[in-house]
Design a binder for this molecule. Structure first.
Ligand code: NAD
Length: 463
């Protein structure tokens, strides 16, 4: 696989292996982006910016055509994504289809200038100008759609992009770039590959004016620090530890499947997956039984096998981490009611784990697991559940579940997070902004609000 730099496919002088998490074999290799490669990509993006910023109708058209390219190549892209990331093929197809949908939606977004009436002035207008070169950096859980969430709005707003996927999952993103090269003008989109230090070089590059980052909280802080000396604009979409609060009027048998799927989607490797569930003590045993029942029926396997519902964890580092967190629950006196063991001898498979009677200081509760293990926590009164949900510095999303939706919405209003879902979780659509509170992020993606993060407000006053 090659990088896309200034409209050309570039091999680079060095490369690194990419593994298939389902069997730990080498799936392919990706180029290691040198400093000269990166400088060339940023320079190409700077040059392309001059013309690209001028014609919004052309930009809309390019985004529409990008959607068509993704749809036409959905099958091979989805297969590659499954082999590299691990998710079941149907989910990989969903990610490619969703990416096309995001391009289509963004292509039609309106963000007009606004006139302001000021006595004595002929005209005062507020415009939204593009910023220049955007460095986009993404993680390994959704290597296609998280790229598109940055590329589409950045380009529509008139910016140009240098994007870097995770070293665990560069192949599908590089393949997408190669395909998009047919419809995106030279230099407007550049995709480079390499390790974490390449990300660091991008965030301190003097040619970059905006960093759009998705990844962990610790890296997000490093990105903010790297951006500060040059006052580069930043959007940070970081980790979450989403609580789901089940209210006493909820019916376990009616909602457990939904909760379960929102926790174990993509084997739990979703920033806004449910990561802890607070249940009233009188319903605790019923919920624990229902969760264990679902966990026991889920089919775990290679994502290329169409019958697999859950795939492996993406990489060895994450695999070890999730097993460590499961071990920590046991050490602190909690119980793994079901699952939690390695599945098979090859690949990073972990049987979906339900943890019960878990103390709040267990790492599975206080940290982001980002994997297939879910703690069930019992509470006495709702205020206490809200306090425990708000404890700590995560603030991405949360959900509240109950028959009385008015009451559930009010409780949601007390949660310190960017998104509160009521009687649902993990519902992400292109129109609705998504972002984190506290350490879960700065700024938002999606909708008009996400688009405006790729612009600078400029006032033009005519006397
Ligand atoms: P990570 O922070 O380790 O890596 C993310 C990206 O940053 C990778 O491309 C990596 O190479 C790069 N990187 C690493 N060090 C860097 C540095 N110093 N400067 C610049 N770039 C650097 O995260 P990960 O393990 O790949 O992804 C998992 C995390 O991503 C989880 O915490 C998850 O919650 C989060 N995430 C958040 C969202 C969201 O929208 N909020 C979405 C998906 C994932």
């Amino acid at each position: 696989m090659r990088m896309l730099i200034d409209g050309e496919l570039v091999s680079g002088t060095d490369s690194f292996d990419v593994l298939n998490p389902a069997d730990e074999t080498v799936l392919g290799s990706a180029p290691e982006c040198s400093q000269a490669n990166l400088d060339r990509a940023v320079h190409a993006a700077q040059e392309a910016f001059r013309g690209w910023r001028r014609n919004i109708e052309k930009r809309r058209d390019v985004l529409r055509r990008a959607a068509v390219v993704l749809r036409e190549n959905a099958d091979p892209l989805a297969r590659l994504l499954t082999q590299e990331q691990g998710k079941p093929l149907a989910k990989a197809r969903g990610e490619i289809g969703g990416s096309a949908r995001w391009f289509e939606y963004t292509a039609e977004l309106e963000y007009s200038s606004q006139a302001i009436e000021v006595a004595g002035q002929r005209s005062v207008t507020v415009h939204h100008r593009p910023l220049g070169v955007v460095a986009a950096i993404i993680p390994w859980n959704y290597p296609v759609i998280t790229a598109v969430w940055k590329i589409a709005p950045a380009l529509l707003a008139g910016n140009t992009v240098v994007l870097k996927p995770s070293p665990f999952t560069p192949l599908a993103t590089l393949k997408m770039a190669e395909l998009l090269n047919d419809v995106i003008p030279r230099g407007v989109l550049n995709v480079v590959s390499g390790g974490d230090e390449l990300g660091a070089r991008m965030t301190s590059h003097p040619g970059v004016r905006k960093i759009a980052f998705t990844g962990s909280i610790s890296t997000g802080k490093a990105v903010a620090a790297a951006a500060a000396p040059d006052l580069k604009r930043i959007t940070l979409e970081l980790g979450g530890n989403d609580p789901a609060i089940v209210l006493p009027d909820a019916v376990p048998e009616a909602i457990t499947e939904h909760l379960f799927r929102a926790a174990f989607e993509n084997s739990g490797q979703v920033c806004v997956a449910i990561k802890r569930v607070y249940v009233p003590e009188q319903l605790y045993n019923r919920f624990a039984e229902e969760f264990a029942r679902f966990a026991g029926t889920v089919k775990l396997g290679n994502g290329l096998d169409e019958s697999s519902e859950l795939g492996p964890v993406n990489n060895d580092r994450q695999f070890e981490r999730v097993l460590d967190l499961i071990g920590d629950v046991r050490e602190r006196g909690g119980r793994i009611a079901v699952g939690g063991a390695r599945h098979g001898e090859q690949g990073y498979f972990i049987e979906p784990a339900i943890a019960t009677d878990v103390p709040d200081d267990a790492r599975l509760v206080s940290e982001e697991q980002f994997g297939p293990a879910l703690p069930l926590l019992s509470y006495r009164d709702v205020d206490e559940a809200v306090d425990r949900a708000n404890a700590g510095m995560f603030g991405l999303a949360a959900s509240v579940w109950g028959e009385d939706t008015q009451r559930a919405s009010e409780i949601g209003g007390e949660l310190e997070c960017g998104t509160v879902w009521v009687n649902q979780h993990l519902n992400i659509v292109p129109q609705v902004p998504m972002g984190g509170w506290k350490w879960s992020g700065i700024g938002v993606e999606n909708g008009i609000w996400g688009l405006l993060q790729f612009t600078q407000m400029q006032v033009v006053e005519v006397a």
